[in-house]
Design a binder for this molecule. Sequence first.
Ligand SMILES: [Cu+2]
Length: 234
Amino acid sequence: MCLSPSENISLICLRYYYLSIQPVSWQSLAAILLAGGLVAAYVRWEKGNKREEIRKQKSRTIGIASLGGEFTLTDHTGKVKTNESFLGQWIIIYFGFTHCPDICPDELDKLTAAIKIVDDLKKVPYKLQPLFVSVDPERDTPKQMAEYIKDFHPRLIGLTGTKEQVDKVTKAYRVYYSFGPKDSDNDYIVDHSIIMYLIDPEGNFKEYYGQNRSAKEIAASAVNHMLKYKAVNG
Ligand SMILES: [Cu+2]
């Protein structure tokens, strides 16, 4: 009987031993290599995933940190307001213009509805302060803003300014706007981003809402951020 090579030195047995185990050995080697390759591929894939996740996280953080910032504008009563004027309040900022045919009225109606939902919730310890910033300061004087905002939420504050002031705040919020050609009545359309921004009481950007978000969704998201903030800050 042939045992393992170390236990049996007979040449016949040695030959028998290697002949009998070699094919298996090649198969196992192939299996080991294949398994090794698979493990290496998986590790590479995992590493790649982690790197991608870190990259996404970084860009998210940078994106959030740099959104919003300092501004100086004039409200619809003619008073100067800066970003600091709203510290201590949860604000929602929307950019548009009073001559906007339908999108701005629709968005401001939606904003009004969202604020009413938040106001009606007893568990929410804050009020949302809506701000409407004009991207058409030439026509949107404080007086024009005062007239326009009457149709929406009673707390809505209209903000306008010089071209430079508006450019500064739109740049800070990465809001795009572009003037269309003037028609025979000197009327024109301003193409603009349709986004609302939620800012916490410390002036930090928290969330943005595109045109596809409903009043209910905006309210739910804002409440979620408010309750989280309350839990952390008391
Ligand atoms: Cu508009």
